[in-house]
Ligand binder design. Sequence first.
Ligand SMILES: [Zn+2]
Length: 65
Amino acid sequence: MVQKECLVCKKISYSSGDSYSWFCPYCGTDLTRQKAIPAQHDVDFIPSQGTYHFLLRDGKLDTNC
Ligand SMILES: [Zn+2]
């Protein structure tokens, strides 16, 4: 699984691969050329390599877990 962050709405979408057209499921922006990073599922607040960026961009970093 990989994930991409939308440039427009900043939401994360997930897919099993990044080798095809990819549109943001939230606002419809074409993310095909956006760089995909490895996705981790149950990760909402685990600051690992794949999600650290997302957590920072989300404005808070939860280190309690
Ligand atoms: Zn979007």
